[in-house]
Design a protein around this ligand. Sequence first.
Ligand code: CUA
Length: 330
Amino acid sequence: MDRFPARSRAVVACLVTAVLLTACSGPQSALDPAGPSARRLSTLWWGLFAVAAVVFAVVLFMIVWALVLRRGPSVQPRRGGERTVVIAGILVPAVVLVATYAATLSTLSAERTPPQESELTIEAVGHDWWWEVRYPDFVTANEIHIPVGRPVTVRLTTADVIHSFWVPSITSKTDMIPGRVNELSLLADRAGTFRGQCAEYCGTQHAGMSFLVVAEPEQDFARWLADQSRPADSSAPDALAALGEEVFEASSCAACHTVRGTTADGDLGPDLTHFGGRRELGAGVAPNNPGWLAGWIANSQTVKPGNLMPPQPLAPEDLRVLVRYLESLE
Ligand code: CUA
């Protein structure tokens, strides 16, 4: 008796396929493209996958066929075997390999050609383990905004070791190499928030070195640019935030971080001028909210072990107003 009826097997097969395919979507998937470059790469990927699947199925079928045939009572050497070997063993593989190689080369060459002239050039600098992002009028960190439908050129450099800049939903990865400037183009054709990740092992927190690319409509992008260009607003009516600003400037925070519009002008860590508006903390290791931020300031080593920010032994009340201040920097 068949313990697994055909219908159950079909249901199981569908569930397994669904689980496998969930990996194909999401904010950090090369198979869920949001721009022409990623779309080209995902088309190539699916094409190569289809060819490999067909070859795999044919070879598997031939193995099974040969094994079953060998068990048969009378296997006689058949005439014409050499011809089969030449066709299936040399000609077909040669055609398949040349065709897939040609498809790969043509995709590579299309990747090197910028889609259209870009009107905006920004710089991304890799640091152990975060991303400095320089727009023409300001500096920010770990969050890149781009306008939908317009290419942005990104000049890639590093402050220390080799990193690699990769936003799988938008384009291929490009290394950040000491002493070199590499360039890539970011072009998203739909709005959304996409995750980028360092793709070259760079030390303890390599995996904790991610960033966000926010592709937004032209007006939203223009508003974001204008907001970011302004120094931090020090006229906030919030008395606690004002106290927090005093703590920030008097403590060691100011030695490593900049908040434009204050006396804090350190350049070892990320620029915090509009920190409160960012969605994530510590290059993507935690959400940016008061709880995580307080934990991060008190001892970021518990959140992101190995990162270069030492613990800050602040009095609880100072920590509270400092968090209030940083979250107010939108
Ligand atoms: Cu930076 Cu890996």
